[in-house]
Design a protein around this ligand. Structure first.
Ligand SMILES: Nc1ncnc2c1ncn2[C@@H]1O[C@H](COP(=O)(O)OP(=O)(O)OP(=O)(O)O)[C@@H](O)[C@H]1O
Length: 240
């Protein structure tokens, strides 16, 4: 992990309110988070605590009411809607709960489509699928893949445009214990080997051992997870 370059993600004092009238809630309450390239950060917390809202502002899907969000130095609030969409496709990869693949497309075509959408017509899916151990399933559609395989293709698709930042929402929700560890280990490898910053929201405490740093969201506020004891994370926690 390189700590001297521009952070992959820098959220400063972000606040976001959602809903109207009596049902208005503060989904993010003065949240600050810096994630360096190559760092793998997990965010845990109860349902409704603001985790998805955090991924949404980090992924240029919504703007905070106050505070700032920079991805690799670009202040997302300065981008028009169209520019934000282009920026997102080129620089940010998303991995969803169950892969979220298009049922009609083969694994290879899922990656080609993601490339084309980002203006990258020359995507070669083969090496990216190979890197997640899925080259042998390149011609398979999602209906003929296991849950773990779908998740791997989803990760390959998120990586196909060489993003700086990977935002991952509950990647193990549909997986058994062994496959959960395999998929999260894969994310940890990608962070380390390809210098991608990974922010993963999860309810699954069993997989936190693969992460560099673990934070907890409670009522819209983000704090280091109490009791998180991985020795290597001590220094990183200070950079939040
Ligand atoms: N579109 C919306 N309109 C109004 N309130 C919303 C909206 N989206 C989310 N909220 C509220 O904002 C708060 C944070 O929601 P968020 O989805 O970020 O939590 P979460 O931690 O991701 O929850 P979960 O783990 O259940 O997915 C919750 O109180 C939720 O009810």
């Amino acid at each position: 992990m390189n700590t001297t370059t521009t952070p992959a993600l820098e959220i400063v004092d972000a606040t976001l309110e959602l809903g109207d009238g009596d049902s208005r809630v503060r989904a993010l309450d003065s949240v600050s988070l810096t994630v360096q390239e190559g760092e793998f950060v997990a965010i845990v917390g109860p349902s409704g605590s603001g985790k998805s809202s955090l991924l949404a502002v980090a992924g240029a899907l919504s703007n905070p009411d106050s505070g700032s969000v920079k991805v690799h130095g670009t202040d997302l609030s300065t981008l028009s809607k169209g520019a934000a969409a282009k920026f997102r496709m080129k620089n940010i990869g998303f991995v969803f709960q169950s892969g979220n693949l298009l049922p009609a497309l083969t694994a290879a075509d899922q990656l080609k489509l993601a490339g084309r959408m980002a203006g990258n017509r020359k995507v070669d899916p083969e090496p990216v699928l190979e890197s997640v151990g899925m080259a042998h399933r390149a011609k398979h559609r999602p209906g003929h893949l296991s849950g773990g395989e779908r998740q791997r293709v989803g990760i390959a698709r998120a990586l196909v445009n060489d993003p700086t930042l990977l935002l991952v929402d509950e990647p193990t929700a549909a997986l058994d214990r062994r496959r959960s560890h395999e998929v999260v280990q894969l994310l940890a490898d990608k962070a380390r080997d390809e210098n991608v910053a990974v922010v993963m929201v999860t309810h699954d405490h069993d997989i936190l051992e693969h992460c560099d740093r673990v934070l907890e969201m409670i009522d819209g506020r983000l704090e280091p997870l109490v009791g998180w004891a991985r020795a290597a994370s001590t220094m990183d926690t200070a950079s939040q």
